[in-house]
Each structure stands twice: as C-alpha cells, then as structure tokens.
Design a protein around this ligand. Structure first.
Ligand code: 5RP
Length: 253
C-alpha cells in the first residue's frame, strides 16, 4: 500500500541516475524524520542504517534533536554512534524503545523481511522486537515478491558441532532444495568461520524454491537445538521506506 510519496532529488529536468548508496541515504533520512527529541531509538546495522545514524548525530549536533538515546544493534554501530557523540544505552536499561530504524536484505509485500547478511540478526531482532515502531529502510533492489527466494537466509548457530546443525537445517528444508553453508570470512567453503558479536557462527540457507509458510519455517528452525535465531523478521516492521529512482514510498500494512 502506498501511503505517501515524496519526490527524490532525481526528479530534475535532466534525469540523474542515483547510486544505490544515494538511494539508501534518501530512505535513511526519510526515516529519521520520525525521530523526536527524548526518544529511545534502536540503531540498526549496515550501510543503509549507517546513514540514519549519521543523520541523527547531525541533528543532535545542530540542536534540532535533543535527549535522544540510541540502542545500537551491533558492536560496529556502537562504535560509529559513540564516535559521533550519540548517547547510548542498552535493552536492560531501556527495555521499551520508541522507535527502531534498520535496513534489510529482502522485503516482501507483507513487510516480512530477511535480515542478517551483515551478521547482526540476533541483536537486531532483540532490539527491534522491543520497539513500539520499527521502520525499515531499503533501496528498491531489496523489494522481492517472496522473502527467502533471492539470496542467503542467515541462521545464527552455536559453534559447538555447527556442521551437525548446518546439515540438520539443510534437511528441514530439503523440500525447497535448500543448500546450507557455513558463512566464512573469505566467503569460500572451508575458510575460517565468520563469528558474530555474540561469539556464534552463521549458517546461510539458499533455497531453490519457495519455502512456503514463513511461520512454519520459523518454528521448524527454532525447534532445532543449536540454533540461536534466524533472519526472517515476520510481522515485525511497522513501515518500510523504499527509495527508488522515481521517489520514496512509505509502505505500511
Ligand atoms: C545486518 C542487516 C542489514 O540491515 C542488512 O544486511 C542490510 O544491509 P545494507 O543496508 O548494508 O544493505 O540485517 O545484519
């Protein structure tokens, strides 16, 4: 559903092709319009969320926002936000957030998401799940008909016998032609495992066909001992801001 649209700067007499990063920035700046003084705000992770964190810091420095407290979703975002002087806290001190802003890897028309290709899905899901509003910011390349169909769906697993968990995940989704691969630092099989901020590994699931009911898929993954969390964010987004060549669209359910 298109709630409102705003023109992107590209709508000039001679068309300008915006880069993917410029589109990410447009979406991020639009989301920061929802931030008000005094709010506790979840700060997402990744190249899109980074623009939102920069923007919040700018507005705080200019005095246009006051008393905002940020809850970072990764060590990387903590580092960025603290270096920019944003006051930070955590979920234990602030168990309810007014708003969270984060990017996504895939978004479908029901506003279900795949997140975590940046490796921060667990902290993101904990923090964004505690927010009264969760605003997702993406460029149009992230918009898909069905989540899970166009790239890795990350699952955070304990390092103990991770190959067993990896193989078990593959078996759960055999019906969808799933290939389960351990995420490595070099991207090659057999390489050193990527380690999350929580000291865990990531198994990436690649599906050849539709995984079907997302709730059932989520339950099946959660039933597997060794799994910590998966990157399907089902029904969590309040709004998705999509920036494309033709402008910005705010989608809500
Ligand atoms: C990190 C995430 C990111 O939000 C997601 O990977 C999108 O990243 P980017 O904004 O760099 O495209 O879930 O764990």
């Amino acid at each position: 559903e298109k709630l409102s649209t705003a023109s992107a700067p590209s709508l000039s007499p001679s068309p300008v092709i915006l880069s993917q990063d410029e589109l990410k920035k447009i979406a991020a700046y639009k989301a920061v319009e929802f931030v008000e003084s005094g709010m506790v705000v979840g700060l997402g992770t990744g190249s899109t969320a980074k623009h939102a964190v920069d923007r919040i810091a700018d507005l705080l420095q200019q005095g246009k926002l006051k008393d905002v407290i940020g809850i970072p979703t990764s060590k990387q975002t903590h580092q960025q936000a603290s270096s920019l002087g944003i006051p930070l806290s955590d979920l234990e001190s602030h168990p309810i957030l007014d708003l969270a802003i984060d990017g996504a890897d895939e978004v479908d028309p029901d506003l279900n998401l795949v997140k975590g290709r940046g490796g921060s899905l667990l902290r993101e899901k904990m923090i964004e799940g505690a927010a009264k509003k969760f605003v997702v910011i993406v460029d149009e390349s992230k918009w898909v008909p069905h989540v899970g169909a166009s790239g890795a769906m990350p699952v955070e697993v304990v390092p103990f016998c991770s190959k067993f968990t990896q193989d078990s995940l593959g078996k759960i989704f055999e019906y969808a032609g799933c290939v389960a691969k351990l995420r490595t630092l070099c991207g090659e099989e057999g390489g050193e495992p990527f380690v999350t901020d929580n000291g865990n590994y990531i198994v990436n699931l690649f599906f050849k066909s539709d995984i079907g009911d997302l709730g059932a898929a989520s339950d099946a993954i959660h039933r597997l001992p060794g799994v910590i969390e998966h990157g399907m964010f089902i029904g969590m987004a309040t709004a998705v801001i999509v920036a494309g060549e033709l402008g910005v669209t705010v989608k809500t359910k």
